[in-house]
Design a protein around this ligand. Structure first.
Ligand code: B1M
Length: 224
């Protein structure tokens, strides 16, 4: 029964059907499927299929937009459930998050923000198409521990470097860890642009953020 529901979730994304995606998410919660399983094993595979079909010219931009709408409808149901977990934990760290300049892909970034929140991080999501200076200004305003930059296009991943540079220019680089991610991003790219780390998915982003916080507290202990 779980397998069928996951298959239907995947299909609802391929079909670009927000109502179906939303009611399947409600059914999943009622039936005891963990929200993160529904996302990772139901909806996200649907998004991958859509991406592949788009790349092959079998789907077009309006189809991809409809699929994104369906994904958002499912997330609107699942997101509050995931977030609830975070309110029961001590604050783990402050994160400024956004999708880089020129890029409007937001679903993966929202997922990263939701899981960070669910694991006790305070997340300030700047949205999409965010310039490096804006990341730096927000990091200063909220005294961020981590800046997280998402990019989904090979063209816009270059702007992730601009975020590292903006933090350097504003004198914040030493106190802020930079995490990068998104489909075309790799560890090698992260090293090349001087980021502190790369996470391939939302759960790995939580693990990396935790490692950053451990490193930061060790540095404080060493300084004392
Ligand atoms: Co676009 N798009 N898109 N798109 N889109 C891709 C990325 C593409 C790979 C499709 C393809 O050709 N196969 C391709 C990029 C090719 C490339 O650069 N190599 C592409 C293109 C070409 C475009 C346009 C240029 C199309 C056009 O206009 N001709 C255009 C660009 C617009 C712009 O940004 N300026 C465009 C537009 C769009 C829509 C608006 C229609 C829509 C986005 C809607 C929205 O987000 N509100 C869209 C979509 C939906 C996709 C695909 C199909 C799905 C993306 C997605 O949501 N995935 C995508 C194909 C694909 O990726 N397979 C595609 C699900 C999400 C959960 O995964 O985002 O990878 P993802 O996030 C993961 C990890 O990457 C990681 O964790 C997440 C969860 O596990 N992660 C991080 C992400 N950010 C992280 C940050 C971190 C750590 C981990 O730390 C900070």
């Amino acid at each position: 029964m779980f397998d069928n529901t996951l298959k239907d979730m995947r299909q609802s994304i391929i079909d670009g059907a927000p109502d179906t995606a939303s009611s399947l998410a409600q059914q999943a919660l009622a039936g005891g499927i963990a929200p993160i399983d529904a996302i990772n094993n139901g909806y996200v595979p649907g998004m991958h299929d859509v991406g592949e079909q788009f790349a092959k010219g079998q789907m077009f931009l309006p189809d991809m937009m409809a699929s994104a709408e369906a994904m958002r409808a499912a997330m609107a149901v699942l997101d509050p459930e995931l977030r609830k977990l975070g309110t029961e934990r001590p604050m783990a760290g402050v994160v400024v998050l956004g999708t880089t300049k020129g890029d409007i892909h937001e679903i993966g970034k929202i997922l990263v923000g939701t899981l960070l929140t669910a694991h006790g991080f305070q997340v300030h999501d700047l949205g999409v198409d965010v310039a490096g200076e804006k990341f730096a200004a927000k990091a200063r305003e909220v005294n961020a521990d981590i800046v997280g930059v998402s990019a989904l296009l090979t063209t816009t991943m270059r702007s992730q470097k601009g975020v590292v540079e903006a933090l350097e220019e504003s004198g914040l680089r030493a106190q802020v860890k930079v995490m990068v991610g998104g489909a075309p991003v790799t560890k090698r790219w992260a090293d090349e642009i001087g980021a502190d780390g790369y996470a391939p998915n939302a759960m790995a982003a939580v693990e990396l953020a935790r490692q950053f916080m451990q490193q930061k507290s060790q540095t404080v202990v060493e300084l004392l």
